[in-house]
Design a protein around this ligand. Structure first.
Ligand code: DGL
Length: 261
């Protein structure tokens, strides 16, 4: 599983709970965080490189636990990779369409994800009649990963991001960036109790479980799954922030080199 930073740990958490027998390697590209302002070409290059590292580690399945990378590179990675690649966006889009009564869905995401238009496509692939209101949230993932996720600054960004969605009267909001579930309570308070928030973690964990079962690749119940971490940036910072977000212990984080930081 890879992500631009620690946000994907929300997806990892759900996976470790749903599939406790599987071994997981999580690669956080913290050295090149944030992905949100990156170009499509950069995100494709990073996605290829990180997929290659995980395949070399023996991965039987790759999970792109990053919305920006999924938006830019998922189909390409799926075509090129020797193992199956699953991503976010589609599971959330399906869940959002299932949940909306008003057929009006909001999406909070990075600039890269919003400009890709992938959420609109994925939601319209299920129901073309659903109105989709997208809001790009520059700086929000950085505020969450920056050591003080529950600060006044994060709250101010959360308020600005949710305002257009409140005005549009959506009844479902997709947290379309792996970092946003970490401030779910803050966003939910701004959106109000009648708005349902959707995140990828559980939906995606279910899709991973189904894929492994279909292929007969699950580990047996007698195996206790192990999880370990690679990071392209500061390993100690990853360990400290990561432990908080994963809500499980992180011992060692191994430094991994990538082409350009
Ligand atoms: N993993 C990224 C995403 O979901 C977090 C934000 C970023 O790197 O800018 O888009």
């Amino acid at each position: 599983m890879f992500d631009s930073g620690v946000g994907g740990l929300t997806v990892l958490h759900a996976l470790l709970v749903r599939l406790p027998h599987e071994d997981v390697v999580y690669l956080g590209d913290t050295g090149r965080f944030p992905y949100g302002p990156r170009t499509r070409e950069e995100l494709i290059a990073y996605g290829r490189e990180l997929t290659g590292i995980l395949v070399a580690q023996g991965a039987k399945l790759i999970v792109v636990a990053c919305n920006s990378a999924t938006a830019a590179a998922l189909p390409l990675l799926q075509r090129e990779s020797p193992v199956p690649v699953l991503g976010v966006i589609t599971p959330e889009a399906r869940a959002a369409v299932r949940a909306t009564r008003l057929r009006r869905v909001g999406v909070l995401a990075t600039e890269a994800t919003v400009s890709s238009g992938r959420y609109v496509e994925a939601i319209h692939a299920v129901d073309a009649g659903v109105e989709v209101i997208q809001v790009a949230c520059p700086g929000l993932a950085e505020a969450i990963q920056g050591g003080e996720p529950y600060s006044e600054r994060t709250l101010a960004l959360a308020r600005t991001a949710t305002e257009p969605l409140r005005e549009a009267g959506v009844d479902v909001v997709v947290l379309g960036c792996t970092h946003y579930p970490l401030i779910r309570h803050m966003l939910q308070r701004e959106l109000g109790p009648d708005v349902q928030t959707i995140a990828a973690a559980e939906e995606l964990a279910e899709e991973i479980a189904e894929t492994l079962a279909r292929k007969g690749w699950q580990r047996g119940d007698d195996h206790r799954g192990a999880y370990r971490f690679l990071a392209t940036g500061d390993v100690e910072a990853f360990r400290i922030e990561g432990t908080r977000f994963l809500q499980l212990p992180i011992d060692d984080v191994e430094q991994v080199a990538v082409a350009s930081l």
